[in-house]
Write a protein that binds this ligand. Sequence first.
Ligand SMILES: Cc1cc2nc3c(=O)[nH]c(=O)nc-3n(C[C@H](O)[C@H](O)[C@H](O)COP(=O)(O)OP(=O)(O)OC[C@H]3O[C@@H](n4cnc5c(N)ncnc54)[C@H](O)[C@@H]3O)c2cc1C
Length: 493
Amino acid sequence: MLSSVDVGNILHALQGEIENDVTVIGGGTAGFIAATAAARTGARTTLVEYMPFLSGTHGGAGLVLSATGFYHTYLGDRRFKYKDQLELLVKGLAFEYWNLLVRAGAAHGRENEAPLNIINDNELTKVVTERMVLESGADIWFMSQFVDALVDDGKLKGALVTRGGGLWLIKTKVLIDASGDGIAAAQAGASYELGRKSDGRPQPGSMFFEVGEVDIKKTLDHLKEHPDHFAETHYGFPPSADYLLKRLREGVPIRFKVSCGYDEAKAKGELPIAPGEKAVPPSLGSIYLHWKSGRVVPYMVSLNMDMVYGLDPADRDQYDEMLVETKRFVLQILGHYRRYVPGFEDCWLSRFPPMLGLREGRRIVGEYMLTEQDAEHGAMFEDAVGRCGAFIDVHGEEVGTMLEHREVGGEHGWFHIPYRSLIPKDVDNMLVAGKLVSADHVVHGSTRNMVICMMTGHAAGTAAALASRDNVSPRSLDVERLQQVLRQQDAII
Ligand SMILES: Cc1cc2nc3c(=O)[nH]c(=O)nc-3n(C[C@H](O)[C@H](O)[C@H](O)COP(=O)(O)OP(=O)(O)OC[C@H]3O[C@@H](n4cnc5c(N)ncnc54)[C@H](O)[C@@H]3O)c2cc1C
């Protein structure tokens, strides 16, 4: 953290300085929506993104699957039972984005019918997010990294950002931290938590890699003969190879898990070893078919499995080591699939994702921290900015430990996200959006879902613009007015 006096001393080292109303750090899942919302609500807005593209984890970490949270997530057999009675819980900019993705051929589904799971085209996603932000009037600073916060007496005044090799000062009225790991809030002095309560260990992450020249029909034909080679997914076992083949013929990007070769590889001592951990059953990996330019691609898949355990994103040595180790591990997994999974014999690695996918980083301590009980009982708040019905999805913090999956929302199937969860307790003129909003480790398993990140991005962007227009701290904003404007922007509260 730097004060105005400190910055005064390094003015000579600055390459440039700008002044605006709202600055958003991170153009990922929540940040590109936050910048769009702020600019549309009239704020001069700058979006600072470290990568040369927007979309963050949902486009850059190789997630071809996406977006849980438009509806309440039913688990087990309930997802079949209630599938025709789903009530839309999130609209606003998240829903608008969904429609833009479909129109661009970048997602599987139909316009105006939000899906249970978006399967998106990572590359087109980058273009759709970029256009949405630029059309709102916000500026994007690509390949620019937030490095420090300018704070006087607990009030945030600006951000120091590297851009093109030089150091820039952005003087801003409100800063939104949508960096995923809370770097801006932490640098500004906000308190935060990391990981589970007992020892601070976070959920695992993943390098969600892409594989080409797969013969998926051959894999499914094999599974038809050997149904015991299906592995259990998050939602139980897939219906059957016949059903998956039918869905494939209908052009649906299916997903499933296989356990082919596990026993043999184990007996030979050939199981892949996850970074820093023990041998991993390759059946933990999910196979996702790709969706490219409006159609399913049956010879290209992405493979996702937990592999980054216990990483504290603030520990950069550990982070660097993980970037090396995950690549080693991916090659081991690929070798296993080539050797043991029919249809994968000739496959090759087409891409490591540009970003490591981390499920959990710092969670900022806000004016209100959502608790497990809030999620379970469907808490409602007067200062609500949106609804969350996404299931609690906490992946086992160690190799081999179970996922925790739970429905949320009590009777009505959702809980409110209060505006106070977007306000860091210790810093003024700052809001947070995305997976770092103020929630405990368990509720974070629900709020980290993409649609919910987009919804908090929408609320934070609109709130920041209103606060900057009125020259008040976001903490003092008239929440009823914020809710009114959000509803005018088609948000559901
Ligand atoms: C492997 C994996 C699988 C998942 N599966 C699902 C799923 O099936 N369904 C679902 O709904 N959710 C899923 N999630 C969760 C979801 O993808 C994330 O929680 C969500 O995308 C996070 O959004 P965010 O905006 O908070 O962060 P991000 O999307 O990560 O965005 C943060 C952005 O900030 C930028 N940034 C970081 N530091 C700086 C800096 N100092 N300066 C400038 N820019 C910076 C980053 O480059 C990035 O673009 C998954 C996550 C992972 C990792």
